[in-house]
Write a protein that binds this ligand. Structure first.
Ligand code: P71
Length: 470
């Protein structure tokens, strides 16, 4: 009798398999160009994956931002767009969805996350103040700096170590925070900038215990906490999975409890909220709300649309409800983990534990022979594209930018290449193709010589920088 050698993923892991809680109704064809054509496209893009044309990309793992598949319900909702200039019905539905789900009192829509970051930074940061936070994010920190603030990293040390297995590597180090408060004085602290599943650390979560303790500390000094809620749903999943006392709570309950320890939040709805464009700002304080609501009309649009159309607001309201369904969050995070498990099994260096939205390849250990000023993470992104047409994103020295005072590179400890998984878009077979390509590039790693930056823009240089092969 023939012996079975094929096993499902679940069987290999000694459990029953899971599957996505949806089926596919509409498909978008993919295009895979030849290796020669990819080589040409890469040179034209100056080895920067942000400068590739998307039609030259096969599997696009640049970002999970605005790249999700909307549901049939969201698309149906788009037809119910009330495109009135003021007081659109869809705004009130969105306002209620955010109030019910996240628990904040006042809501301001914005065109995307950085629109909200801009408003909160302008209103809440005075020139010369410090903004402590659990690791920087590129756009967040830039808006804080443009408002006259200085970002100070107060994440736990474990977060800067790609191999450390701490279950909540996004946690704030409370003694680092208290030291800054004592050293600078309460008046010099604008607010604490807290992010759920810390993007630049590898999608690492913050524990409920940590946010509670942070609240107590901030209350002691009368300092506000604002939450970057962009991937907070994924953070709630990790709390449910890892933190004592939350196993039997729903994602919705955990999310709301977490938000209750903060004074407000900004959101890039292009991630958790399952839309292609959109964002919002939420705040409990009435006076601040009035100020922010006044500012939004200057930069985004009237306070009931914030730069979006009625149909965008409707899709967001429906997306919020779908985003907190336990089955959805589980399949989303487990798909990311599936890719991570394959790579780990093959000994490919990546940030541990696997986070919520992406695999972060550890380019330092991938290319041990390349110094950081040869842009190892950017090199890896370029090699991956060349091998298979898979697009990833640099999250290392190019992203970190330059020190505004010295003008030198910032040399972050983490030099990472992100394989970011869009929500509800790719299948397990796509993940297999990606994993095999990473493996092929890993086997060929000693032939890579790195890159030289030949064009460097002033702001957020990673988006438009150009490189040449060394
Ligand atoms: C991501 C993005 C999009 C992006 C932004 C900057 C450089 C490269 C790619 C955006 C975020 C985010 C967090 C935690 C705020 C924003 C800004 N992430 N906070 O990861 O991850 O939101 O893009 O809607 O303006 O690819 P926005």
């Amino acid at each position: 009798m023939a012996r079975s050698i094929l096993h499902t993923m679940g069987q290999q892991l000694g459990r029953r398999s899971w599957a996505e809680p949806w089926k596919i109704k509409m498909v978008e064809p993919l295009r895979l160009i030849s290796r020669d054509e990819r080589q040409k496209a890469l040179v034209e893009a100056g080895y920067n994956t942000f400068l590739l044309r998307s039609e030259d990309v096969y599997i696009d793992l640049l970002t999970d931002s605005g790249t999700s598949a909307m549901s049939d319900r969201q698309w149906a909702g788009m037809m119910l767009g009330d495109e009135a200039y003021a007081g659109s019905r869809n705004f009130y539905k969105l306002e209620k969805a955010i109030q019910d789900t996240y628990g904040y009192k006042h809501i301001i829509p914005t065109h995307q996350g950085r629109g909200a970051e801009h408003l909160i930074s302008q209103v809440e940061i005075k020139k010369g103040q410090f903004v402590p936070g659990n690791m920087y994010f590129t756009t967040t920190r830039l808006h804080q700096e443009l408002a006259g603030g200085t970002f100070v990293d107060v994440i736990i040390d474990e977060a800067h170590d790609a191999q450390n297995e701490h279950p909540f590597k996004g946690n704030v180090d409370l003694s680092k925070l208290e030291n800054i408060i004592k050293k600078e004085g309460t008046d010099k602290i604008a607010y604490v900038s807290l992010a759920g599943t810390v993007n630049m650390a590898g999608g690492q979560p913050v524990s409920m215990e940590n946010v509670k303790a942070l609240r107590t500390l901030c209350d002691k000094y009368a300092i506000k906490i604002y939450l970057d809620a962009t991937r907070m749903v994924e953070n709630a999943f990790f709390i449910q999975e890892r933190e004592l006392g939350y196993k039997d709570k729903t994602i919705a309950q955990i999310l709301k409890e977490f938000c209750s320890y903060t004074d407000g939040a900004w959101m890039s709805a292009k991630k958790d909220n399952l839309v292609n464009i959109g964002g919002w700002l939420a705040i409990n304080d009435e006076d601040l709300f009035q100020e922010l609501r006044n500012l939004v009309v200057v930069y985004e649009g009237l306070h009931t649309y914030g730069g979006l159309s009625g149909r965008d607001l409707e899709a967001m309201a429906i997306g919020i409800a779908e985003s907190i369904e336990d089955g959805h969050v589980r399949s989303r995070v487990e798909q990311v983990r599936y890719l991570g498990q394959l790579l780990e099994e093959w000994g490919i260096p990546a940030v541990r534990p696997v986070g919520g939205h992406a695999i972060f390849l550890d380019a330092r250990r991938f290319y041990e022979h390349l110094s950081q000023d040869k842009f190892p993470a950017q090199t890896l992104a370029a090699e991956l594209y060349l091998d298979s047409g898979v697009r990833s994103m640099e999250r290392g020295i190019a992203s970190a930018g330059r020190d505004p005072k010295t003008g030198d590179h910032k040399y972050p400890r983490l030099e990472l290449t992100r394989l970011t998984i869009p929500r509800r878009v790719y299948t397990q077979a796509h993940m297999d193709v990606v994993a095999e390509s990473v493996n092929a590039v890993y086997e060929n790693r000693n032939n890579s010589r790195g890159l030289k930056m030949v064009f460097e823009p002033k702001y957020l240089r990673f988006f438009q920088a150009r490189y040449e092969s060394l």
